[in-house]
Write a protein that binds this ligand. Structure first.
Ligand SMILES: Cc1cc2nc3c(=O)[nH]c(=O)nc-3n(C[C@H](O)[C@H](O)[C@H](O)COP(=O)(O)OP(=O)(O)OC[C@H]3O[C@@H](n4cnc5c(N)ncnc54)[C@H](O)[C@@H]3O)c2cc1C
Length: 312
């Protein structure tokens, strides 16, 4: 019963910079965040990817950051992605990258964002590393899809994410499926109003399966991004009914979440890619992970009191 207000509360905190400054000083929040984050440096991330690859999983690397309102900072983030892509190639890792366009200056305008993105997509092309464009709040959906369209029209290997909770996603998926654009489907991690987004779990789940099925039928190599066992089973059923080969899609899970499911998917012969975030800007990412699962919050609160008692 408390889940919905807690979710709203943590999503509210996710874009409050003063809370971020406070949280960054809290040792325990930091330690807990690093359950979901591979580390602060590229070396940390490479080590995590090596371990995943050794176990048979692929990875997608996210250099944490978002909502950058300054061109120089956006260009700095783009350089971090170029370095990450070069390192993936140099190390021969089975990995690609995922990025958020607000980190690449989307709020400065679509044209500015395309300029900032240029070295990233060129590095991706040079090294054969696919660039996944994460989906953010609905205020950015149109502009994100426009950037993806324009980058693809210029011949770059990029693909978007659609969120099952948005009513519009069924319309958005059709042209992507028709062009066989590699698209990730997720439930959606932001606070969106009932006018534009399903709120009930059953509605979101129905939309999730419909979107995945549409992309599977179009042989568009979808990425099925969820930890929900019901969704995993539903997509496996669609795949079995249509005898779709396992190399025509992949499951994707987040680093540090449901490792049991990750291992089971690999043992059953499915393709698995793990989303591996790294960097110092972990606060909003961490808040969204707390919002998704109240049990994470309870754990954090218990640990915080434990920490106080231990200090006092
Ligand atoms: C690879 C990947 C990429 C994503 N990219 C985007 C994106 O670009 N844009 C976007 O809006 N969202 C993105 N998301 C997040 C997504 O939208 C959901 O918020 C998130 O995956 C939780 O939904 P779920 O499908 O796992 O199902 P839920 O019904 O939320 O969870 C099902 C079960 O998964 C486990 N679980 C889920 N979340 C957590 C957690 N935080 N901690 C511990 N256990 C958990 C629990 O066991 C839970 O019962 C991505 C998710 C994944 C896996």
């Amino acid at each position: 019963m408390l889940a919905a207000p807690l979710r709203a509360f943590f999503l509210f905190l996710s874009n409050r910079r003063w809370v971020a400054r406070f949280a960054l000083r809290l040792g325990l929040a930091r330690r807990m965040a690093f359950r979901f984050v591979a580390g602060t440096t590229l070396d940390d991330a490479v080590e995590a990817v090596r371990a995943l690859n050794a176990g048979g999983a692929r990875a997608t690397l996210d250099v944490l950051g978002e909502a950058v309102a300054d061109r120089a900072m956006a260009e700095g983030a783009a350089r971090a992605y170029v370095t990450t892509i070069e390192r993936i190639a140099f190390e021969g890792l089975d990995a690609n990258v995922s990025l958020k366009l607000t980190q690449m200056g989307l709020d400065l305008g679509v044209d500015a964002c395309l300029e900032v993105m240029k070295p990233v997509v060129e590095a991706g092309d040079r090294h054969g590393v696919f660039v996944r464009i994460d989906m953010e709040s609905s205020a950015h959906t149109d502009r994100t899809l426009e950037v993806v369209r324009r980058l693809r029209a210029a011949g770059h290997d990029v693909g978007p994410v659609l969120q099952a909770y948005l009513h519009r996603s069924m319309d958005d998926v059709r042209p992507l499926a028709a062009d066989r654009v590699r698209t990730r489907i997720c439930k959606g991690a932001y606070a969106e109003p009932p006018g534009i987004a399903w709120q009930a779990r059953d509605d979101i789940n129905r939309s999730f399966v419909a979107l995945c099925t549409h992309l599977l039928d179009a042989d568009a190599e979808p990425a099925v991004a969820t930890h929900d066992p019901d969704m995993l089973e539903a997509v496996k059923r669609v795949v079995a009914e249509r005898a779709i080969p396992f190399d025509r899609f992949e499951f994707q899970l987040l680093y540090g979440i449901r490792r049991d499911l990750q291992e089971q998917l690999l043992a059953d012969g499915y393709r698995l890619r793990v989303y591996v975030p790294y960097g110092t800007e972990w606060y909003p990412y961490f808040m969204r992970r707390l919002a998704e699962r109240p049990a994470n919050v309870a754990f954090l609160v218990r640990s915080l009191f434990g920490e106080r008692r231990a200090r006092g």
